[in-house]
Design a protein around this ligand. Sequence first.
Ligand code: NAD
Ligand code: UD1
Length: 334
Amino acid sequence: MVLVTGGAGYIGSHTIVLLIEACYEVVIFDNFSNSSRESIYRVEKLVNQKIDLVEGDIRNGDDLQKVFDSYKIDSVIHFAGLKAVGESVEKPLKYYDNNVNGTRVLCEVMRENGCKSIVFSSSATVYGDPHTVPILENFPLSATNPYGRSKLFVEEILRDLYLSDNEWKIVLLRYFNPVGAHESGTIGEDPNGIPNNLMPFIAQTAVGKRESLSVFGDDYDTPDGTGVRDYIHVVDLADAHVKALDNINSFDEVMSINIGTGNGYSVLDMVKAFEEASLKKVPYVIAKRRAGDIASCYANPSYAKEVLGWEATHSIKEMCEDTWRWQSNNPNGY
Ligand code: NAD
Ligand code: UD1
């Protein structure tokens, strides 16, 4: 059985669907700090079965032990974490407690129960401001904010854990920019308040919830001057987790793997693609650069193909169409 921490969240809910379709048995562990039970009900409808759930906090070992007492857990996919960069700058201790300490407690309980197999949600943010693109896994690591540092620290902790006991099977998936939604339009990203990330902001502008998009800078060293990123469909990303689990027992080192498409799109490319997919106007204004942003960030994803047999298959058009289906069917989220 697979324990999915944070399984009620955006990426977790999509991954649960694919895990069940691939015949994995799953149990979700979530404290609903950034999600709701509704996402799980909707996943249950999609897969046509009940999903086991334990409500609890990864920082609480007793909560976690309940899962290990009730289920035979072979592996963990660890999504649970806080992810708002701005908030992490204001409240760094909250991020280190939740993301770093939470992961430490999780690993402790896993070890006590003889479960030593984990897939961790890392991020391209661990490359800091890369010296060149596309980004390879062996590029130097750094962080520019507490959120990014919490990911980097967890990576280091997991590497130390492996050094102390190489029975551990550890896969660090470094996601680029997850966007999109399940093609049914019933599950998707449901940010609290004003979205910080580009795609949900564009979607909410197209649906009329926001007046206009602020494009953060048009004087970067990129083809049209706006920031370039590697947007990846959340269903492709979910599939990478299934492939990571399929292969995890064959690995004899800690695996760090980029999960991106290898294509870079600018902010204005995304606006245009979204307008075409939604047939709605996305008004925008050019604003000043956002502190901490970099010009270009996209993956060389060839290692994922080599070691997981995984590659992204969804186009930008599908990312926009699926986001739009979710957003227009659920203008107020869950
Ligand atoms: P999300 O907020 O939608 O999902 C995270 C889930 O974890 C939520 O359901 C939340 O309630 C739960 N959670 C948080 N803290 C918890 C705790 N202490 N105990 C139990 N549950 C807890 O976020 P997401 O976009 O699905 O991201 C999943 C993971 O992927 C996160 O670790 C995030 O940092 C990482 N990641 C996300 C992105 C992105 O752009 N979405 C990019 C790179 C990495
Ligand atoms: C951000 C985080 C990163 C995190 C990732 C996924 C920062 C500095 N980085 O990455 O750590 O892993 O989200 O959650 O916050 N943009 C606009 N207008 C907007 C929003 C964004 O022009 O309203 C631009 C940005 O300047 C950037 C691009 O769109 O060029 C993508 O931004 P975003 O979606 O926030 O992702 P990242 O900045 O790549």
